[in-house]
Design a protein around this ligand. Structure first.
Ligand code: UN1
Length: 514
């Protein structure tokens, strides 16, 4: 091993502005940049142009996780005693660094996972927003003070850190989602071991380098690169990791939950979605059209919040569908670094195969393919993992393409006769993350807000675009009741302690002295 000091990392990250540069990334453990103990590495390539090697990363294993957890546990002893406002100041400084470096970070992100530059700028912005939001939390971290039933006695509750938090993050929001977890963990006084997705290891790494540059003490955040099986599982199973926060598929989430169950380890899960946009007869159809195009095909359909079902009433379907198909077919596919491109590649060829398998399932189930349904291989697209925006009509609620998360540019259209039926169909999946209704009828909108089973409901907006200051998460198999974002994220990353201070000078007995 040849450890190098991580901070300051400005020179290394500035190198990323060169869109052909390849960087050899290392793990970050105890403030040092270190290779995997095995010295093995893996590559991260651009899904639009696989000859573009973005970086090489350590292919780590359980022994590297042990080193990282030991560093985080050591750092916890002093980090927990740094006051919350001082912890928050470091997060705010990191926000300033990210803001100054936004363009180059966005470009690296487009290279590593494909989404278009406007969206990767948004992803970095979401991390900046979260840093400022959570930065202010450093001077709140509210507890409650309440009256005691006994005289001369004070009763209050305070928040305490948990210890070492293990964070496992996905590739579709490579900086935003790590920021949703790292910043609240830090402001709460915890230390962190993070395993970023192997498809997008650079963005989370650069985020942690910004924190180091902002003055975060060594060992407070440690990055271990590698696969879910070799790195994620040892993080989950490590007895010194007190809490796990995971965003990804419901299948993996359930596996993690089972692994946490024997020790009752705290676990915050953000999992799958099968989000729907309802369009009622009285909707502004121009607006609904823009909404569904953005919700279904933005991020190439690879958001947890993506619109994967369009539920239309009979009165508007004939007016809406031809226009939707026409616009979907006109979306320009290509390298997300090109400003003229609307839709980038899907994250890798395995994901593209999985999307295509669902399209075949949809056809077999009897749904009618209106557009797309194939790999996009025209001209320069051939080298990358591109998929044509796809729309299925005549989908029924029991079809697999109406129920299962596809995580790609595939939209299923279901037709209904009433608001009640629309809400029933919307609710008829195992998931409950995001949802939307387009209507001009305030009564219909309010009933939808009341009756839809989802963590997020938009009125006259698409299913995507959550803001950091509101709770983010879902019901049913989308999660386990925690919320990221908003004040609620603090609950996931802190433990309540109730404190009673008796200044009566005598033994007082609650419930008995009365
Ligand atoms: C995700 O897809 O996991 O609400 C996150 C949105 C984004 C975050 C999506 N702000 O669409």
């Amino acid at each position: 091993m040849n450890p190098q000091t991580v901070a300051p990392a400005g020179a290394a990250t500035r190198g990323q502005a060169d869109e052909t540069a390849t960087r050899a990334y290392l793990n970050i453990i105890g403030g040092k940049a270190v290779p995997a103990r095995s010295s093995k590495t893996f590559e991260n390539r651009n899904p639009a142009r696989p000859d573009d090697l973005v970086g090489t990363f350590p292919l780590s294993a359980a022994e590297d996780v042990s080193d990282a957890v030991a560093a985080a546990a050591k750092a916890y002893e002093s980090w927990r005693l740094v006051t919350a406002p001082r912890r928050a100041e470091i997060i705010v400084r990191a926000a300033e660094i990210l803001r100054d470096r936004k363009e180059q970070l966005a470009r690296t992100m487009t290279r590593e996972m494909g989404k278009v530059l406007a969206e990767t700028r948004g992803d970095v912005q979401e991390a900046i927003d979260m840093a400022y939001y959570i930065g202010a939390e450093g001077r709140r971290l509210f507890g409650v003070t309440v009256p005691s039933e006994l005289p001369n006695k004070m009763a209050m509750s305070i928040r305490q850190p948990l210890g070492v938090c293990g964070l496992i993050t996905p590739w579709n929001f490579p900086m935003a989602i790590p920021s949703w977890k790292i910043f609240p963990a830090l402001v709460g006084g915890n230390t962190v071991v993070i395993k970023p997705a192997t498809d997008t290891p650079a963005s989370a790494h650069l985020l942690v380098e910004a924190l180091a540059e902002a003055g975060l003490p060594d060992g407070v955040v440690n990055v271990v690169h590698g696969s879910g099986g070799a790195v994620g599982v040892p993080i989950v199973m490590h007895p010194d990791v007190k809490m796990i926060s995971f965003t990804g598929s419901s299948e993996v989430g359930k596996d993690i939950a089972a692994r946490c169950a024997p020790s009752l380890k705290r676990l915050s899960l953000e999992l799958g979605g099968k989000n729907a946009q309802i369009v009622m007869d009285d909707a502004d159809l121009d607006l609904a059209l823009e909404g569904v195009l953005w919700g279904a095909f933005g991020t190439t359909g690879q958001r947890c919040t993506a619109t994967s079902r369009l539920i239309v009433t009979k009165g508007v379907r004939e007016a809406l569908l031809p226009r939707l198909v026409d616009r979907a077919m006109k979306l320009r596919l290509g390298d997300g670094l090109d400003a003229a491109v609307d839709v980038g590649p899907v994250v890798n060829t395995k994901a593209r195969d999985g999307i295509h398998a669902y399209v075949e399932i949809g056809k077999k189930e009897g749904a009618k393919l209106l557009c797309g349904g194939s790999f996009a291989e025209e001209g320069s697209l051939k080298a990358g993992s591109f998929y044509h925006p796809t729309i299925f009509d005549q989908v029924t609620p029991k079809m697999r393409i109406a129920r299962e998360e596809i995580f790609g540019p595939v939209l299923a259209v279901l037709t209904v006769s009433s608001l009640d039926e629309a809400v029933r169909v919307l609710n008829d999946t195992p998931y409950g993350l995001s949802s939307s209704i387009y209507t001009r009828d305030v009564n219909a909108a309010m009933r939808a807000v009341r009756d839809i089973e989802a963590g997020i409901t938009y009125v006259n907006g698409p299913t995507i675009g959550a803001e950091v200051q509101l709770p983010f998460g879902g019901v049913k198999e989308t999660g386990n009741g925690h919320r990221e974002g908003g004040p609620t994220v603090i609950d996931a990353f802190t433990e309540w302690k109730s404190v009673y201070i008796d200044y009566s000078g005598k033994l007082q007995k609650a419930q008995i002295d009365r």
